[in-house]
Design a protein around this ligand. Structure first.
Ligand SMILES: [Fe+2]
Length: 230
């Protein structure tokens, strides 16, 4: 059985119930940590998959491996110097294993209650930026930890991604994009209004809900790795 098939089977078992089973989650990440580009028949720079002279060059692309009702499994490709803008994964778990190249992932914890004001501003805990390469294990997204992130391609990169439960185009689990308001802008505004005591520490950031930036779009590419079934 191919490693990808083993991963898909384990993901199905891990995300079958409604509760969170940390042992099953660890089994899945252990399998994913073994993934190499050759396991998905990716034998050259992912940029060559994205570079289609007949099309406008998308900053990112993805290959769908499996779209199940409990989880999705895709390979994302990102060009060097391009980014997936700040977005969330409402109520979802995510595992991301870099196959090729390296990425910088900047994460935030979501607020306990996402109570957006009309203006769409809210505070989130900044969890820092981490670099993940093919040599590293999985990066994790949890419903209450590091649920919001930006992913930047430090090189041309490809990563294997499992999300559970999947996003919904219509419903409670839509993907929302955000922008971070620079701290100096926030502080200046507070000082100008006489609210110095409201200046937060460096690990609290002010975010604002925004639409999907026009510069970010993806191309859909064919998955050429081993077939999978549930
Ligand atoms: Fe994400």
């Amino acid at each position: 059985m191919s490693l990808v098939q083993k991963i898909v089977k384990q993901a199905a078992a891990t995300f079958a119930g409604s509760g969170f089973d940390s042992a099953a989650f660890e089994k899945l990440s252990t399998l994913m940590n073994e993934l190499k580009p050759t396991d998905v028949n990716m034998t050259s720079d992912p940029e060559s998959v994205l570079a289609k002279p007949s099309e406008r060059a998308a900053p990112a692309g993805y290959m769908e491996i499996l779209d199940d009702s409990n989880f999705t499994c895709v390979i994302f490709m990102l060009r060097k110097g391009r980014a997936i803008p700040l977005h969330d994964h409402p109520g979802m778990h995510g595992l991301c294993k870099v196959l090729y190249g390296s990425v910088k992932i900047t994460s935030y914890d979501p607020p306990e209650k996402l109570n957006l004001s009309k203006s769409g501003f809210f505070k989130a805990k900044y969890r820092g930026a981490e670099t993940f390469s093919a040599d590293n294990g999985c990066h994790f997204v949890l419903p209450t930890e590091k649920n919001l992130h930006t992913i930047e391609g430090l090189t041309n990169t490809a990563f294997f991604d499992i999300l559970a439960p999947p996003y919904e185009s219509y419903g409670a689990r839509g993907c929302t994009y955000y922008t971070e308001i620079p701290k100096d802008v926030v502080d200046e505004e507070l000082i100008a209004r006489g609210y110095q005591d409201m200046i937060e520490s460096d690990d609290i950031k002010l975010l604002r809900r925004s639409g999907q930036p026009g510069w970010f779009y993806t191309s859909v590419e064919d998955y050429k790795g081993p077939p999978v079934e549930l």
